[in-house]
Design a protein around this ligand. Structure first.
Ligand code: UDP
Length: 250
């Protein structure tokens, strides 16, 4: 089937019109394991541009675990909520880094934060975010949900429901889907091609946390879990190739 590419050239029709791409802090750190890895962010920006050029509306939810996690603060004896606010700030640093690299690749973006930070980004306004998407801007949601005790996976599920996204793309770092056991430990681990949200919750599979899973289930938002480190994978998923694991309601 032919569709219209954003820059006017006829191309393949994407399977999804509006996506939420969840990029974890771990993915942003690349092989450095901490902070922002320039080569990794550059590669991500190129992959995002590839689907942008297909005409897909893209909202990105960024994690922050490459800089700070609430659990790190707790280990230091910090109060959980305080440590979690630091984690939310970490996601904003990642968002600003990603925004800059995307714009250097000619992808227009807006960052919206769930904690107001008006000098550097817009506050999160649902209807405005949708308008940006309609105007061909990539929207980066930063600051998580704005509440402690949550994760950026839950943010992805929440924002996906709010903006009526067709799918959540869960880009993983060097894992190509969901397995019945840890493939780095068990060589016999079996990869699932399809799962239901209920399976994920009942089997305790490590796809996203339980809050995020139940929110995705309640709002009937499918997820595709795939390996970000394989070049071209975001594009493959968006064009409907069966790579990774699809998690849906039925
Ligand atoms: N966080 C939070 N509320 C949210 C989202 C995130 O408190 O709605 C905090 C939490 O401390 C978390 C940190 O931000 O550990 C970084 O987010 P996350 O661990 O989800 O990032 P990722 O694992 O995707 O890198």
């Amino acid at each position: 089937m032919l569709g219209l590419q954003r820059r006017g050239v006829a191309f393949l029709q994407p399977k999804y019109k509006r996506v939420v791409l969840k990029l974890s802090g771990e993915a942003i750190a690349g092989s450095k394991g901490f902070g922002l890895d320039p080569a990794t962010i550059q590669m991500m920006a190129q992959e995002i541009k590839d689907i942008y050029d297909l005409g897909v509306e893209i909202a990105i939810v960024v994690g922050g675990g490459n800089i700070w996690r609430g659990s790190t603060g707790e280990e230091m004896g910090m109060e959980r909520a305080q440590a979690d606010y630091m984690g939310m700030l970490a996601t904003i640093m990642n968002a600003l880094g990603l925004q800059d690299v995307l714009e250097n690749n000619d992808v227009p973006t807006r960052v919206q934060t769930s904690i107001e930070m008006r000098q550097i980004a817009e506050p999160y306004i649902r209807r405005k975010a949708i308008r940006h998407l309609e105007k061909d801007r990539v929207v980066i949601f930063a600051g998580g949900t704005g509440n402690p005790y949550f994760t950026t996976d839950t943010t992805a599920a929440l924002r996906a429901a709010e903006i009526n996204a067709d799918v959540i793309l869960m880009a993983k770092n060097n894992v190509d889907g969901v397995y019945d056991s840890d493939p780095s430990i068990n060589k016999e681990a079996i990869k699932y091609e399809n799962l239901t949200h209920l399976d994920v919750i009942a089997k305790g599979l490590k796809v996203m946390d339980a809050t995020a899973s139940s929110l995705s289930m309640d709002n009937d938002i499918p997820l595709v879990v795939f390996n970000l480190n394989e070049p071209g994978n975001i594009r493959r998923v968006v064009l409907g190739e069966n790579i990774g694991t699809t998690v849906s309601r039925d």
